[in-house]
Write a protein that binds this ligand. Structure first.
Ligand code: ZN
Length: 192
């Protein structure tokens, strides 16, 4: 029997950190990962050792989450909505204030803008546009964001629920509002 000491990293999701901690896991603030220190304890942390696509998830846990307030189409009250805002130009960078409209226009959806000039159709991605960030959002806000299957998109995609009536806030409303706020150089609150 060999027992090694070291840092054995696990892929523990944020919501399960207390559970891992209780089992003796420690936090590596630089790697931003939990780990255990004795190889003999491996069995205790089994459920977090072979999670698929964890590298992506770990990387994606650091993006900014924005909190928007919008009128619920159903009850007309102002509900909060959580989303990421990413450049849709292959860089995977967060779109951040002060908004770089010039850069956003480089990857503008010109055809869509010509059909509806009331919206700029900046080259950006919000919740529902990118599966890997969507997954992280759903994990982070399990009571606020609900998964729905879209027959059109042929995949599950997350929708924010209204704080008051629970109605699902669709992608197009969120995308539109983010575009308008950026166009007006309005600041958007970051959810910490
Ligand atoms: Zn509502």
């Amino acid at each position: 029997m060999s027992a090694e000491k070291g840092r054995f990293y696990i892929n523990c999701p944020y919501q399960e950190k207390e559970e891992a901690k209780a089992l003796g896991a420690k936090w590596d603030a630089i790697a931003k990962k939990w780990y255990y220190t004795h190889s003999k304890d491996k069995h205790k942390f089994k459920k977090w050792i072979n999670i698929a696509s964890t590298d992506d998830e770990e990387k994606n846990n650091s993006f900014k989450v924005y909190k928007i307030f919008k009128e619920c189409y159903k009850c007309k009250k102002n509900t909060s909505v959580y989303t990421y805002i990413k450049y849709d130009d292959g860089t995977e960078e967060d779109v951040a204030f002060p908004w770089d409209k010039k850069r956003l226009l480089k990857s503008q959806n010109i055809v869509a803008h010509m059909c509806d000039s009331s919206i700029e159709y900046y080259g950006l991605k919000v919740i529902g546009d990118d599966e890997k960030y969507d997954k992280t959002m759903m994990k982070r806000y399990p009571n606020k964001i609900k998964i729905e299957y879209s027959k059109v998109l042929k995949r599950y995609y997350p929708m924010n629920l209204c704080d008051f009536c629970g109605a699902k806030q669709g992608w197009n409303y969120i995308y539109r509002q983010v575009n308008i706020m950026i166009m007006n150089m309005e600041k958007i609150q970051i959810d910490e």
